[in-house]
Design a protein around this ligand. Structure first.
Ligand code: GDP
Length: 294
């Protein structure tokens, strides 16, 4: 709602005062899209599509402008989704690695996800493979208790791959549907991160050759374009398959959803809209775009 209000009102402000769509109008629109956190690359692409239609006299009114922006944004989101479709897992458990920088809401997201899956009647196991921070293990246990889900852990400083091994062994023995793995959020160096995640992937594949089935990168929506730069580091080294965008409740700049999809070439799978257990929504591109211009 907040994104819609900020975006559509400003589109009307930008366009409403002029009888025709000229360079001034297009500049104002550019500022509007940048202000909504669409980012410069995505904004330029969306505007180019609009300019082409204006040149061909296919767009004349505010409503028509909205129509073009809506179609363009949906196209970008669908393109990103097509690059990384959701995988169907024929042999459970499905293994989900969760990566991201500390403070983005990684642990909270894991808790919310467990709850969501539990509500669908799924058996979930959490794996505390962020062994670097003792607090991360404790925090995950709190979420485990809250959602009635077992947490497999080791002592702080332990080997993340060893605890993943234990978790997968337990998951197989107990017919678990989902194993959600918390990973260390420190961005030491790209090299370290890559090595650690590679080792974890190899460990998972010993149990389940098709694992991991999903690598979710947790990103904080309020960090906008800066978060996007950081995310690129992860996507380059971690084989990310989807994004969870947290704290969307804390910003009116929901355009960052589009920037992420376009610039990382990855779909947003879930959005976080608050601190409570139920404050997570599966992301749907159609619904997002419809609500944006409703
Ligand atoms: P981690 O260090 O990445 O594991 O981050 P945490 O899960 O501990 O979350 C950091 C802070 O962000 C906590 O205070 C959470 O309550 C808060 N948080 C996480 N997700 C959301 C969200 O979607 N909206 C809001 N408003 N706060 C969130």
């Amino acid at each position: 709602t907040r994104t819609r209000e900020s975006l559509t009102e400003r589109i009307e402000d930008a366009v409403g005062v002029r009888p025709e769509i000229d360079d001034y109008t297009l500049n104002e629109l550019e500022l509007t899209l940048i202000a909504a956190d669409l980012g410069s690359v995505t904004t330029a692409e969306v505007l180019q599509a609009l300019k082409d239609k204006v040149d061909r006299k296919q767009v004349q009114s505010t409503d028509e402008i909205k129509g073009v922006l809506k179609a363009e944004i949906l196209r970008l989101l669908n393109e990103a989704a097509a690059k990384s479709p959701v995988r169907t897992v024929d042999q459970p458990p499905e293994v989900i690695l969760v990566v991201g920088v500390n403070g983005t809401g990684k642990t909270t997201t894991i808790g919310k996800l467990s709850n969501l899956l539990r509500a669908q009647g799924k058996q979930v196991l959490l794996c505390a493979a962020d062994t670097f921070r003792a607090a991360a293990i404790d925090q995950l246990e709190v979420w485990g208790e809250r959602t009635g889900v077992e947490v497999i852990k080791t002592k702080p400083g332990g080997d993340p791959s060893a605890v993943l091994f234990d978790a997968l062994q337990a998951a197989k023995a107990r017919a678990v549907d989902y194993v959600i793995v918390d990973t260390a959020g420190r961005l030491h160096t790209k090299q370290n991160l890559m090595l650690e995640l590679e080792k974890m992937k190899r460990t998972a594949q010993k149990f389940i050759p098709s694992a991991p089935h999903e690598v979710l990168l947790v990103m904080d929506a309020t960090t906008g374009q800066n978060g996007l730069q950081q995310a690129k580091l992860f996507t380059e080294s971690a084989g990310v398959t989807g994004i969870v965008l947290t704290k969307l409740d804390g910003t009116a700049k929901g355009g960052v959803v589009v920037a992420i999809s376009r610039e990382l070439g990855l779909p947003v799978r879930y959005v976080g809209v608050g601190e409570k257990i139920g404050d997570i929504l599966p992301f749907n591109a159609n619904d997002f775009v419809e609500s944006l211009f409703a």
